[in-house]
Design a protein around this ligand. Structure first.
Ligand code: GLC
Ligand code: CA
Length: 555
């Protein structure tokens, strides 16, 4: 290995992750630099200026979360890692990674890597060893259990991607646990040797310049060691609308297979390692047990001393976004989060694109821009999903285009996640929308709008986002200020963000009709991004918002 480089990060404050705007890249789909149909690190490097050129140009984001690019048989497109300390040849080399770090840091962009530590790939050498017999050096590195007397799996736990969460390994005569695909065996976090090996993975990437980590399925590490059956779900229980279709877990409450109290201990363990180098953590904390459970888990994990810097939940992956839903999510979060810090996102690589998902009376145009403006106005760290700046829509995947194992298994009931992972459309005039120079991309390059077109339109989401990010940078209240609800009046929602010296007022109209509301005080300055063409008017205390109007004022 070449000498580890230690690129020190850009001089943001110690709590940079609270005010930073994150952008999630799905590397397979961002930009293909060597024209093999698959996005890669070279492609990301080429396009960094689009995100932030370090001189005030580009979107202006502060940090990138990369979905995994480590060696992987790609059974779940990188969420099945066969070597934690290298780069998959599909995506490049460690030298490319070093260059990515250098080029990003030079622009003031932080790098957050996606660590899939709940499970490895079945092709990882640890599992290849572990599966051989009950006495090898890695025998206890995964979760093994004997069959029931009739040969069936040890308990009723189900895999997220269908079927039992257990697969029989004839060589060993035992079942192994996999909460996801059989190709993704769960690591045994109760084994200290496993924890140490994973800590070394974290250290490896911190030394190489990573500023933080997104922790995949971070509430799955612990499981019930007695392997008790999960209880049946009551018939009428509420399920979270997470933008995906029917959840195969929904028959049972995942009481014993995830969200175990001991899980926090494992997160603490990781936090100590992160703290060795000041790295930050964003834990994916999913719940299939309804919104209230999502909000509870998402806030529990970030209270002081609880481990995570940020918890990434699916609380805004619902279908019917409205003022009451939003106000509820914000209120419960504020009431429960204590000294923790919230984190918000409208979509990712696992759920339907938000512009297609939010059912706003069938009139979505404009709504996605208002939602992004709100995302950037909330108290908490916003994460933008790649392509939101060009209104990337959910693509209707056909059976022969399917790549996602979830879609392949459940077709046509669940079409999987390919539809939200299309190649980024860089240029409408170029072949494959500029994703590469002609090889058929791994998923079709088929978005309606491309970046060149978005740039040419002064009212596009690209310009709205860019302007809003500049405004956010100027006003600390938008970054770190407190949150206070001012008014919820039918389809209008008004709140404040406040620091000692600054009060910003934010108002939004979720309806397709113009609305007028009386504000509690006179707002002196209208700071709404000019690129957002749904102009509001303000006369003394009376604010008039057009359909999907958004208003930002300085008291
Ligand atoms: C997370 C990832 C998802 C993956 C799963 C299993 O939910 O976001 O893409 O399939 O974990 O690793
Ligand atoms: Ca490539």
């Amino acid at each position: 290995m070449q000498k580890p480089l230690n690129f020190k990060s850009s001089p943001l404050s110690e709590n940079w992750w609270e005010s930073a705007v994150f952008y999630q890249i799905y590397p397979r789909s961002f930009k293909d630099s060597n024209n093999d149909g698959i996005g890669d690190l070279g492609g990301v490097i080429e396009k960094l200026d689009h995100l932030n050129d370090g001189k005030g140009g580009g979107l202006g984001i502060d940090a990138i979360w990369f979905s995994p690019f480590f060696p992987s048989p790609q059974a779940d497109f990188g969420y099945d890692v066969s070597d934690y300390c290298n780069i998959d040849s599909d995506y490049g080399t460690l030298e490319d990674f070093d260059q990515l770090v250098e080029e990003s840091h030079r622009r003031g962009i932080k790098i957050v890597l996606d660590l899939v530590l709940n499970h490895s790939s079945y092709q990882h050498k640890w599992f290849q060893e572990s599966r051989k017999n009950k006495t090898n050096s890695k025998a206890d590195w995964y979760v093994w259990a004997d069959p029931k007397p009739d040969g069936s799996p040890p308990n009723n736990w189900l895999a997220v991607f269908g079927g039992a969460a257990w697969t029989f390994e004839p060589q060993r005569g035992q079942y192994y646990l996999h909460n996801f695909l059989p190709e993704q065996p769960d690591l045994n976090w109760y084994n200290p040797a496993v924890r140490e090996a994973l800590a070394d993975v974290v250290r490896f990437w911190m030394k190489r310049g990573a500023d933080g980590f997104r922790l995949d399925t971070a509430n799955y590490y612990a499981y019930d060691r007695q392997l008790r059956d999960n209880p049946k779900r009551p018939e009428n229980s509420e399920l979270i609308e997470d933008g995906q279709e029917a959840n195969p877990l929904s028959q049972y409450i995942t009481k014993y297979s995830k969200d175990r109290p001991e899980n926090l201990g494992f997160i603490h363990f990781l936090r100590k390692i992160f703290d060795e180098n000041g790295a930050i953590s964003i834990g994916e904390i999913g719940s299939a047990e309804g919104l209230e459970s999502t909000l509870k888990l998402g806030t529990d994990y970030v209270k002081k001393g609880k481990g995570l810097h940020l918890a990434y939940t699916f609380s805004m992956f619902n279908k019917n976004m409205n003022t009451e839903y939003l106000e509820h999510v914000l209120r419960v979060t504020e009431e429960s989060i204590g000294d923790g810090w919230p984190c918000w996102s409208l979509s990712n690589h696992d759920c339907m694109r938000m512009i297609s998902r939010f059912d706003c009376f069938g009139e979505r145009d404009g709504f996605q821009q208002m939602m992004l403006l709100l995302l950037l106005s909330l108290r908490g760290t916003p994460i933008i999903y790649y392509g939101e700046e060009v209104d990337m829509q959910e693509y209707e995947i056909t059976k022969d285009e399917l790549r996602d194992p979830q879609g392949i298994r459940f077709w046509p009931d669940i079409k999987g996640r390919d539809g939200c992972r299309l190649p980024f459309p860089w240029d409408s005039k170029l072949t494959n929308q500029g994703f590469n120079s002609g090889t058929k991309p791994w998923l079709p390059a088929a978005n309606k709008l491309s970046l060149d077109q978005a740039k040419a339109d002064s009212g596009s989401t690209f310009h709205v986002l860019q302007e809003m990010l500049q405004i956010r940078k100027k006003f600390p209240a938008l970054q770190n200020g407190s949150y206070q609800k001012i008014l919820l009046d039918g389809d209008c929602f008004v709140f404040e963000r406040k620091t000692a010296g600054e009060t910003m007022l934010i108002a939004a109209n979720f309806s397709t009709e113009e609305q007028s509301i009386n504000l509690p005080y006179k707002v002196t300055k209208d700071l709404t991004p000019k690129a957002y063409k749904r102009f509001c008017t303000i006369k003394n205390e009376l604010l008039t918002l057009p359909a999907f109007g958004y208003f930002l004022g300085d008291k």
